[in-house]
Design a protein around this ligand. Sequence first.
Ligand code: SD4
Length: 360
Amino acid sequence: GAVFPVVVSTWPFREAVRAAWEVVSAGDGGGSAVDAVVAGCSACEELRCDGTVGPGGSPDENGETTLDALVMNGVTAVLLTRNWQETMEIGAVAAMRYVKDGIKAARLVMEYSEHTLLVGEKASAFAISMGLPGPTNLSLAESIEKWEKWRQNNCQPNFRKNVVPSGKCGPYRPISLASVTADDSVKREVEESQGGLCQGWYQSDNSLEPTMSHLKVVNRHNHDTISMAVIDKMGHIAVGTSTNGATFKIPGRVGDGPIPGSSSYGDDDVGACGATGDGDIMMRFLPCYQVVESMRRGMEPRDAAMDAISRIARKYPDFVGALFAVNNEGVHAGACHGWTFQYSVRNSSMQDVEVITVYP
Ligand code: SD4
């Protein structure tokens, strides 16, 4: 591979790609792919890329920011370079509170535990016990302001469906799904209970205008996620993802970010993939696993990326999402649905980061 090393990232996160590039292209052999992915995603967390990675972004219904992150070392057994490395090792944290460093926490899970995924406050406790700073408040003036505006807007849009709120912002109680189709009185109850707007009801009734779909919460102005792949000088592959998840999510929600094969996946033998978009839908398809396995069976990155996206679009024509694919020779491509996507690339034949635009 003449183009090694290679760094690929979702969105025009140039500083993140440069940070990863610095590590992986440095001196004798450069840093490892894992080192570079962690440096790149950390840079985004520190810069709060798009205001939706790291602290102070994407408040949940309670106004709290939590982090989802994953790192994967795609090294295969035959290529082990250090005896403590395992093959296809993964570390991830989900709905992590009070710790700013999502990707570093994921790396600690990978390197200092036999587990793959830790969640919530216990993930924070582990990260802090292993040396990361915390507990820290992940809210910033920006996320609080965003949350307050949303409260003023009667907590719309939100991710609830098939519920009756007893106030403008809940608490919510489920409506009987059986009676939704059968009984008009439930419909009236829903409408009367809150002056008309119940997202779930309107979504499930074709005769009414669809209103605040959650697709508007993950949208083109709200990128939310860095997913990155690095191929180091030796041809080793690592991937990582870091995100605040989805704005105004229900507390406890975990997105695709920490789900291996969904937000990202990589295998030295084949290549890698990174995704962004509506994680609640995307995680049902493990699109990055799909991409890597398609490439393993001989598909070009472009075809593999388009195939993974269209498998989702066939079932969810309105979903918003995108991914990039890169094979183990450094050939890359992107595919998207519902929005225009950009991804960033830096390799040894480029002078600086290049941003590639992909249309649906
Ligand atoms: C999530 N995938 O948690 C993230 C959000 C995202 O662009 O990527 N937005 O659903």
